[in-house]
Design a protein around this ligand. Structure first.
Ligand SMILES: [Zn+2]
Length: 303
């Protein structure tokens, strides 16, 4: 497992991988239905850093952000013991929490921020204790974008809602089970703080509205002392979407809006000093976006 760390001004940002390894391109072709193998392989800057031997350097990351005043978690992965439809995520048993607590005991976390509330971003919200799903970070405020939470709460109560997805897409969303074991217990524990896209959640940490993958999706902009970094969430599932922002994912709630959002995002950060960090990018998970002819590329920057 690779740990990467970055300094953003006085802030310290640490990436903790939940899963390791590379993802077969066959899986990514299912995730990105508009993509073809030939088109992916034609994006020459991917090889070998991000694409090697038919596999892409993507996985599940969580982040710890330490500011002078706060200890924040950004996205909480898949979690342990969660019953999930997708075989690769079903009842995981990793040492994520042990590795996390070497950096920061879980009772010292005072806030949890989410790019969105999908299965692989909310799993460690809770852990099984005494036969019940209980908050992993008992002293934290869980900052939910209200529109995002309300969407998935309504979804969980609507038996027809999963029908909006393909079978494969829904296996990766699994929203009814996710709501029951990873979201509802946080509401029941009274630990939600409502936030909105555009809001500065704590000094130097701002949620950028990037809807499309989900209705309340945000990227997380971190700024201090003239330096900046942005965590993408799933507006970019994989590095190749920087070159092909038109490729939306099977799980995007609104693929057309997602494509426009992705294009706006890469344009906004291209050729700027803001470090772009992918929630699903393997090491190096950070880089700078640069213009590349009529499109864009990622210049990898190891942490
Ligand atoms: Zn994800």
């Amino acid at each position: 497992m690779t740990i990467e760390r970055w300094k953003v001004g006085e802030f310290r940002l640490t990436k903790i991988e939940e899963t390791s390894g590379w993802t077969p391109l066959e899986f990514l072709l299912d995730v990105l239905p508009a993509a073809t193998l030939g088109e992916i392989e034609a994006v020459d800057w991917l090889t070998p850093t991000y694409l090697r031997d038919g596999e892409m350097n993507t996985l599940v990351n969580s982040f710890l952000l330490e500011t002078p005043t706060h200890k924040l978690v950004i996205d909480t992965g898949v979690g342990n013991g969660k019953k999930r439809m997708a075989p690769g995520f079903d009842r995981l048993d990793t040492d994520f929490l042990e590795r996390f607590e070497k950096l920061c005991p879980r009772d010292q976390v005072d806030g949890v921020i989410f790019t969105h509330l999908h299965m692989d971003h909310v799993g460690w919200n809770t852990m099984l204790e005494d036969g019940r799903w209980q908050p992993t970070f008992p002293n934290a405020r869980y900052c939910f974008v209200r529109e995002e939470y309300e969407h998935w709460k309504a979804f969980a109560l609507d038996p027809l809602a999963p029908g909006a997805y393909s079978e494969f897409g829904y296996s990766l969303v699994d929203a009814v089970a996710v709501f029951e074991d990873s979201l509802a217990p946080i509401e029941q524990a009274g630990l939600i703080t409502w936030v909105e896209p555009g809001q500065e959640v704590v000094p130097g940490v701002t949620l950028i509205s990037t809807a499309g993958h989900t209705p309340g999706h945000v990227a997380v902009l971190i700024e201090d002392a003239g330096e900046s970094a942005v965590i993408t969430g799933d507006l970019l599932h994989t590095q190749v979407q920087i070159a092909r922002p038109d490729w939306s994912a099977e799980m995007d709630t609104d693929p057309e809006v997602a494509a426009l959002t992705r294009k706006d995002f890469v344009e906004r950060f291209a050729d700027t000093p803001t470090l772009v960090i992918g929630t699903h990018f393997g090491a190096p998970a950070a880089g700078y976006i640069a213009r590349d002819g009529s499109t864009y590329k990622l210049l990898p920057t190891p942490g």
